[in-house]
Design a protein around this ligand. Structure first.
Ligand SMILES: Cc1cc2nc3c(=O)[nH]c(=O)nc-3n(C[C@H](O)[C@H](O)[C@H](O)COP(=O)(O)OP(=O)(O)OC[C@H]3O[C@@H](n4cnc5c(N)ncnc54)[C@H](O)[C@@H]3O)c2cc1C
Length: 293
């Protein structure tokens, strides 16, 4: 059991962890990779640093955090839940904490298929745990080709046996650990060119002219984004961005968020500032909670 779990080891997450560790919080940072800054060849607009590559700045931040006792692990988050105590479900492990800081950056990969956004809320969903219940014994498809896709498909299994994975032209790419989650499900690797329907979604058309009919489609492309995780926990969103107050707290008292996942000016300086405040707020929350234990 951790005091604070932080999702993301970018500038927002690591800055939050520096304050948490110095306040003697048992702190875990979970990240699947280096995030968006890894691709930045040179950063020349960050206070006090004339010029540095993105990866060097990131590695230096993680080293600084680890030296303070922060545990930084590589794993991909597929779900978050809980209220008083937060549970983080990853591809490899499951972790618990008194407080959570979401600093997982902005979603990079978007899927562009004609009709997809048109049927959002009318049969197209981005959260299996939120909407699976509405599809008891219905025919469902899950759009995606990675581990997160398999986890979302698995979440739908209690509701229906009729689940097909549509990889949209990508080869299915699953780790050994997740392969068994989709056993018994059909996988179609053809490219999807259109999602169609009337007042509700009805099916999809492939590039080869064939069609498939279904009652609902769940989109789980690439990995879980901030907004997708937020939906699983019932966090307030404003157009894919997590909504926070001036303390970087969300509508759930022990969940905080910082950085690019809040939208706005996507820069290191903003993420670092927000991470610092989210870290401070999470520390205060945990200290208050421990007084009551
Ligand atoms: C090419 C490029 C150049 C840039 N140049 C500059 C620049 O010169 N100056 C500047 O100020 N800004 C620059 N930026 C913007 C800057 O990179 C971002 O604003 C900043 O990194 C955001 O920090 P963050 O901590 O919010 O998110 P990120 O740095 O994106 O970190 C997100 C973290 O979350 C993790 N994560 C995401 N999803 C999951 C999941 N499902 N499970 C587990 N972990 C997950 C990632 O692995 C990563 O560790 C650039 C961005 C790009 C792409």
């Amino acid at each position: 059991m951790y005091d604070i779990i932080i999702l993301g080891k970018g500038p927002a997450g690591i800055q939050a962890s520096l304050y948490a560790a110095r306040a003697k919080m048992k702190t875990l940072v979970i990240a699947k990779d280096w995030g968006s800054l890894e691709k930045a060849e040179k950063i020349e607009n960050y206070y006090g640093v004339k010029s540095i590559s993105g990866i060097d700045l990131l590695k230096s931040g993680v080293k600084q955090a680890e030296a303070l006792g922060v545990e930084v692990i590589e794993d991909e988050v597929v779900g978050i839940s809980g209220y008083d105590q937060v549970e983080v479900n990853c591809l490899i492990g499951k972790y618990e904490a008194h407080a959570l800081i979401i600093a997982i950056g902005s979603a990079r990969k978007k899927v562009h298929i004609e009709g997809l956004t048109q049927f959002e809320g009318r049969g197209i969903s981005y959260c299996a745990v939120c909407d699976g219940f509405f599809y008891k014994n219905k025919k469902l498809v899950v759009l995606g080709y990675k581990d997160y896709t398999a986890h979302e498909a698995y979440e739908l299994k209690p509701f229906t046996e009729d689940i097909t994975i549509l990889t949209n032209g990508n080869p299915l790419s699953l780790s050994e650990e997740t392969k068994n989650l989709i056993s018994g499900m059909t996988v179609i690797e053809d490219k999807v060119v259109e999602i169609f329907g009337d007042e509700k979604v009805r099916g999809a058309r492939f590039e080869n002219g064939k069609t498939i009919s279904f009652d609902g489609a769940f989109v789980a492309y690439d990995s879980a984004s901030g907004s997708e995780l937020a939906m699983k926990m019932g966090l307030e969103l404003d157009n894919q961005n997590i909504v926070v107050d001036e303390h970087f707290g969300t509508n759930i008292p022990n969940v905080f968020a910082a950085g690019d996942c809040l939208g706005g000016f996507k820069q290191v300086s903003k993420s670092v500032g927000e991470g610092a405040i989210a870290g401070k707020s999470a520390i205060e929350y945990v200290r208050e909670k421990k007084k009551t234990l």
